[in-house]
Each structure stands twice: as structure tokens, then as C-alpha cells.
Design a protein around this ligand. Structure first.
Ligand code: DGJ
Length: 723
């Protein structure tokens, strides 16, 4: 194994963590503090990196933010975002962490992990800083374990996963890229130049949220005045693995300019009682550096997900082409109608048939039934199994929707256990979509959810679960708990959610899991460590989706990105009918393909065309789902969008081109593929109106391709195959 952690005990202690192209350097100061020294391009020799104190800033800057502490803990002159804030039992709130010891181990997937332990210089508190190095992806996954080694309690008031320090620069040089939005327009790419102060992206909603996503990228102004692009420029980036309240705070000071990024579980309304001997483990925060722009940053994150993060049981399998009945029937789920849809879906080549909301309890609309997970006897007089069997006989797998963390007040479960939801005494219980959130911090609630799902999966031959979460948490009260534990609810909720899914996966290893939260409200690395795929947005408009999917792809692998072909009028009231079926398919084929429309309305001609497109997707999904993504033209910046996938061996590639509009008969802009073998010759298929031809990789990348698209909302799928 390549040595990725170099440890020097010589004059002063120093660690150099190296990946294939980057290095991350830590060292000890004379007074035993752990300081950050370097994060960037890998240099030839350890001596090339900055030594102790070489990055020392002026007194003015030091007093503002103690900028080089690797894991800044609140105390002394620290005024920037602390990673750790504690109250000890005697009321002392000041921390002074110094180096204690280190160890190195081999973690999951054979990846090396460096663990540096810090301890308070007086109080019995230890912090293990973990660094898992992912050499091929140029990433470091960090997390902290905070331990009470004393005889008295202590309270954590902030316990972030990591702080990432960027190099000192000229003022005004850092630009933050982040993902935000709302329901129906998740993961929109936003960019802002940092000025002095703090910019925080976060969720306080109890879930990852549609409004903000736990990902950041920071690029800097190059000496020639240019910014990082998709292909070039230095970018420091990271993504957090947490599906509850999270925060990424970016501190900026000028003269000289400094930026640092601290992230982890949100400390808003958070407190965690750590009793003697107990530990608190923060979620992982993965970070990386590249000099090859945002495109390489994304590819590194994608490979990390494909090769290390996604649940291993299904990581290497293709995501199946699925059909989901939600947009076709909403709550009007019956065995008869589902079967009609299933028969149609099978004819199209669909591999997984999913029954969405509406199959259980008294769930005829969104005002009742959530929490009552029995098969509705009017909708399924013979139970669920005859439908499951018929779907299997049609050659498809069977999937079903659940929303286990929720309850409608109009449900048997709520009538029986009104205290099982989050609430405060003397306060109203705010409903959203007529539902309340179950308090998973209560052991009996988590046990109840696990038990019914375990029994449901044991009784029926279910191959796939879509797990939804349709509202944020409000009035996060847990009156039954001792006061000192009541603010642990947000964290305990996510821990229980993860725990239930992990246990169910272990008990039912063949089942494939999709995460969903009213669309894309749970897209994060914590969910993707436990779910095989993600529902990205309820907005299935193929044009809007290009932007949502572009943003999603900044951080998350296309294999996990579920995209449906849908029709007009959809339940989202979006008029897609004007758009050609081919365009709708092409938009959805840039991720893991699904279909969501009412297939009983399809003409024979549409069935034939859709079947051809599904078959075509199956011939290229190994490139889309397993390959490298290049965002060639952004849907945000012009009339033409293009996205390309290249197999890891560079032998095959597919380019999707979308022309939104054409003005004054101007030819569509050329697209310039990337990532090909310049010396290889590729057969090009799919250029409108042209026969297949063979061209060198170098020519394709330099001269580009003319798709020959014209008119409004046209699309092309161009295949490149090495001869
Ligand atoms: C929100 C999801 O995003 C939709 O796909 C659908 O499952 C509905 N919930 C069902 O209530």
C-alpha cells in the first residue's frame, strides 16, 4: 500500500497525509496545540510543506480567529465558528485542547485512518480527530469523537465534525459555491464572493432540507484574474454526511485574507449531556482539493460514493429502470389500476414496479392514515400478495412507498399514542400536509417502526422500499425526557433513523432502498451511506430538471440520481406534453431512469417509442451510472445544455445535448467533449441527419461536435465508441 500518512517525530511532530494528487499537513506548535499547515497540491518532499509557525499570521488576525487551530474549540480569543463548545459541571466554559497521542489504523475498504487525540489541559475531556484518507479520490473524510473521561457530566453545546482551512490570499479572492432551493427546485447552484464575516448554509428543519444542501466548494481568483471553471482552477470542497440539522459556516477575514469552513451537526437548539465515560461521535465531513475545477471536484466525490460510500450490497449493481405510480394515480391506488399500469410498464421494459403513497390504512387523501401500516382492504381485497406475484410474473421487481417517521392526527396510531409526536405542553402541534412527526428519540417509537417494517418485509416479497419524509420538524419537544436530554432530539432522531435502516438492511439484504423527503429533502452523504438511490425532486419537468440535476451532480453521483419521465398534466401541474417524449427521456436518462406517467394513456406509438428509449438506456447505463461525468454546457448559462459520461477505461462515452431555444435560425453551439483518449478514434453515432463516422478523440475535444439540433426543446443523444 502507498504510504499516505507520514509521521515525523523528529524535532517537532508533523503529519503529512497524501492522496494521489494532494496533501494535507498538520503539526504541533511549541505549546502543544495542533495546527493546520497545508491543504493543496501534493509536493515532492515533506520538507517542501510549511513548517511550524511558518503560516503564522499577524497578531491582529491571530487574535480574531486563531486561524490555524486544526479543530478550534471555544475558549481564549476564539471568535470564529468553534468546532467544539462545552460547559463543564462546575460552570467553566473555556476549552484548551492540546495534543495527547496518535494512532494509525486501517479502516473500512482498506483505507488508512489517522487518529490524533487532543485533551483539555485541565478537565477530563478528550477529542479523537479522525482522518480517513481516500487516495484515488483525493479526499479526506474527517470526524471527531468527543469523550468524557471524568467523574462528572459535561454538556456539549457545539460539536462539529471538522474545520477546513484555506490558504491565505488577497482580499476578495474566495468565492463560495453552494446548493440551495426549495420544494420543486432543489439543488440550485449559487455562487457568492466572500466578504468579511460569516456565511452560514444550514438546516434547522430536522432534515437535510430542500432549502440548503450540505455541500460547499470554494475557488479563488487566479493571479491572471480568472476564476475556476468546470475544467481548470483550484477548488477546495466538501460534503457532510448528516440527514438532520446541519451547518456549514464559512468565516472570512481580510488583510491578509483568510477563509475557513467549519461544519457538522447544527448547534442551533442543540445540547448533549455527556455522562462519565460516554462518547459523542460526529458525522463524517469529507473534503478535497483539486486544481482541475468543479468538474474534477464532482468526479472525485462521485467515485468516492461509487467505490466506498454507497451500501456495498448493491453498489456494483445497476439501478433498475423503475416505474412509480404516484403521478399517475396519487392516492387512488387499487389492485386493478396498479396491475394495468404494471402490464404497460412491463411492455416498456421496466424492471422495478413501485406502488407509491395510498396503499395502506385509510389513506384516501393526505388527511388520514399515516401511521396505520396495514394494507387497505377496500383497495386490495385479496391483500398485497396477488399484486406482488403478478408484478413478479411480469418479470419485474416489486417496490413500495413508506413514510415511517410520520403520522396523521386522523390515524389509529395517533389516537392511541398522542404523546409519540414531537410537542411541547401548552403549545399547538403545527401540522404540515396534515401530518405530525413521530419522536424517534423515544426508544419505543423507534422499536415500533422497526418492528412493523421488519414484519412487513418478512411477510411480503418486497424488493424495494422508497422511504419518504414529507415535512420538517416543528415544536421539537420531548417532555417525557429529563430536562438535560431534551435538546438531544434532533440528533437522536437521525441516529434512530439511520439505525432502523441499517438494521433492516442487515435483516433483509436483498432489498434496495430509495431515500426521499418531499422530493430532494434528504440528499446528503449520510443518507447515501445507507440508501442506494435518492429521489431528487418532485419537479419532473424535464427542462427544470436539467438545472436541478446539474446542481445535484455537483456533489452526488448520477447513479443515485433518480429521474422520471412524466407527462402532462402531472400532479405537479407542470405542462410537459409540449415536450417530445424523446426530450423527456433524454433528460431522465442522464441519471437513473424511471417513469412516472399514466401509461394507460399512452398510444401504441408512444409505447413503442418509450420501449425503444428504455432499451437504449439499458445499453448505455453502465456509462451513465458507473462512468465519469463532464458538465459540458450549463443549463444556467445559455440556450444549450450538454452533459457527457465517459467510461472509466475511456472506451465509451455518451453526450446528451439539449437545445432550449433557437433564435434567428442560428446554428446550435458546438459542444466540446472531454475525458477522451486523444490518440484513439471514436465512432460517432446520433448526430441528427448524419451517418455514423469516426473521428479522433483529440479532434472531438478540440474541434467539437455539432449536434445539428434546431428549434425549441430539442435533444440529441450522441454515442462515442473507441474503434
Ligand atoms: C413526496 C414524494 O416526493 C413523491 O414522490 C410522493 O412519494 C409523495 N410524497 C407521496 O406522498
Amino acid at each position: 500500500m502507498v504510504q499516505v500518512v507520514q509521521f515525523f517525530e523528529a524535532k517537532e511532530k508533523c503529519w503529512v497525509l497524501t492522496t494521489d494528487r494532494t496533501a494535507y499537513v498538520l503539526g504541533l506548535t511549541a505549546n502543544g496545540r495542533l495546527e493546520h499547515r497545508y491543504w493543496g497540491e501534493r509536493l515532492p518532499r515533506p520538507a517542501d510543506y510549511p513548517g511550524p509557525g511558518e503560516r503564522k499570521a499577524s497578531y491582529a488576525v491571530e487574535s480574531q480567529m486563531l486561524p490555524f487551530d486544526e479543530y478550534p474549540a471555544w475558549g481564549g480569543f476564539l471568535y470564529k465558528e468553534p468546532c467544539l463548545k462545552v460547559t463543564f459541571a462546575d460552570g467553566v466554559r473555556d476549552l484548551a485542547l492540546v495534543y495527547s497521542h496518535q494512532r494509525q489504523e486501517i479502516g473500512q475498504e482498506g483505507l488508512p485512518v489517522l487518529v490524533i487525540t487532543l485533551k483539555d489541559n485541565y478537565y477530563p475531556l478528550e477529542v479523537d480527530l479522525h482522518y480517513k484518507v481516500v487516495p484515488q479520490c483525493d479526499l479526506i473524510q474527517r470526524w471527531a469523537v468527543i469523550r468524557n473521561t471524568g467523574q462528572e457530566w459535561l454538556d456539549l453545546e457545539a460539536a462539529l465534525s471538522a474545520a477546513w482551512q484555506l490558504p491565505s490570499l488577497r482580499d476578495g479572492s474566495y468565492r463560495l459555491t453552494h446548493l440551495s432551493g426549495r420544494w420543486n427546485s432543489e439543488t440550485q447552484v449559487r455562487q457568492t464572493v466572500l466578504t468579511d464575516g460569516r456565511k452560514t448554509v444550514e438546516s434547522r428543519q430536522g432534515l437535510t432540507s430542500a432549502e440548503a444542501n450540505p455541500f460547499f466548494a470554494i475557488d479563488i481568483l487566479a493571479p491572471d484574474g480568472t476564476r475556476a471553471s468546470e475544467e481548470v482552477g483550484q477548488v477546495w470542497f466538501g460534503a457532510l454526511g448528516w440527514s438532520g440539522n446541519w451547518k456549514i459556516a464559512v468565516d472570512h477575514v481580510s488583510d491578509p485574507a483568510r477563509a475557513y469552513v467549519a461544519g457538522g451537526i447544527n448547534d442551533f437548539d442543540f445540547r448533549w449531556r455527556l455522562n462519565p465515560g460516554e462518547e459523542f461521535v460526529t458525522p463524517p465531513f469529507v473534503g478535497g482539493y483539486t486544481a482541475q475545477g468543479f468538474g474534477q471536484a464532482s468526479r472525485n466525490l462521485h467515485l468516492y460514493q461509487l467505490d466506498y460510500l454507497l451500501p456495498r450490497s448493491h453498489a456494483k449493481q445497476f439501478r433498475q429502470v423503475l416505474y412509480n405510480s404516484w403521478e399517475a394515480v396519487t392516492f387512488d391506488v387499487t389492485e386493478e389500476k396498479q396491475l394495468q399500469l404494471a402490464e404497460r410498464a412491463a411492455r416498456l421494459g421496466v424492471e422495478l414496479f413501485v406502488v407509491d403513497d395510498g396503499w395502506f390504512g385509510q389513506r384516501h387523501h393526505d388527511r388520514a392514515g399515516l401511521g396505520d401500516w396495514y394494507v387497505n382492504p377496500e383497495k386490495f381485497p385479496r391483500g398485497l400478495d396477488p399484486l406482488i406475484d403478478q408484478v413478479h410474473e411480469l418479470g419485474m421487481n416489486f417496490g413500495i412507498w413508506v413514510e415511517p417517521e410520520m403520522v396523521n392526527p386522523d390515524s389509529d396510531l395517533y389516537r392511541m399514542h398522542p404523546d409519540w409526536v414531537y410537542h411541547f405542553p401548552h403549545r399547538s402541534r403545527s401540522e404540515r400536509r396534515n401530518q405530525l412527526v413521530l419522536n424517534l428519540a423515544r426508544a419505543e417509537v423507534a422499536a415500533h417502526i422497526y418492528a412493523w417494517l421488519d414484519s412487513f418485509l418478512s411477510k411480503h416479497k418486497i424488493d424495494f422500499i422508497k422511504w419518504d419524509f414529507n415535512r420538517p420538524i416543528a415544536e421539537a419537544g420531548w417532555p417525557a425526557a429529563p430536562l438535560e436530554h431534551q435538546r438531544e432530539v434532533y440528533v437522536r432522531h437521525v441516529q434512530a433513523f439511520y439505525d432502523i435502516v441499517e438494521q433492516l438492511r442487515a435483516r433483509h439484504p436483498a432489498v434496495v432502498w430509495e431515500v426521499c423527503a418531499g422530493g430532494g429533502g434528504r440528499a446528503d452523504l449520510g443518507a447515501l451511506a445507507r440508501f442506494d438511490q435518492c429521489w431528487v425532486s418532485d419537479n419532473t419537468d424535464p427542462f427544470d430538471r436539467l438545472q436541478i440535476q446539474e446542481g445535484y451532480s455537483m456533489a452526488y453521483a448520477p447513479k443515485t440520481m433518480m429521474a422520471w419521465v412524466s407527462s402532462s398534466p402531472t400532479s405537479q401541474h407542470i405542462n410537459n406534453e409540449a415536450l417530445h417524449l424523446r426530450y423527456r427521456f433524454h433528460s431522465a436518462m442522464t441519471g437513473s431512469l424511471g417513469l412516472g406517467e399514466d401509461l394507460t394513456r399512452y398510444t401504441e406509438e408512444q409505447i413503442a417509442e418509450a420501449a425503444t428509449l428504455v432499451a437504449e438506456y439499458k445499453t448505455l447505463r453502465h456509462i451513465v451510472q458507473e462512468g465519469l461525468l463532464y458538465r459540458l454546457n450549463s443549463p444556467r448559462t445559455g440556450d444549450l445544455a450538454a452533459v457527457q459520461y465517459v467510461s472509466r477505461d475511456q472506451r465509451e462515452s455518451v453526450v446528451f445535448v439539449f437545445l432550449h431555444s433557437q433564435h434567428y435560425w442560428q446554428a446550435a453551439p458546438r459542444v466540446y467533449p472531454r475525458g477522451l483518449d486523444p490518440a484513439g478514434y471514436y465512432r460517432i453515432e446520433g448526430i441528427i441527419g448524419e451517418e455514423a463516422k469516426t473521428v479522433s478523440g483529440q479532434s472531438l475535444m478540440r474541434v467539437g461536435l455539432q449536434s445539428n439540433l434546431d428549434g425549441h426543446f430539442g435533444s440529441a443523444l450522441i454515442k462515442l465508441t473507441l474503434g
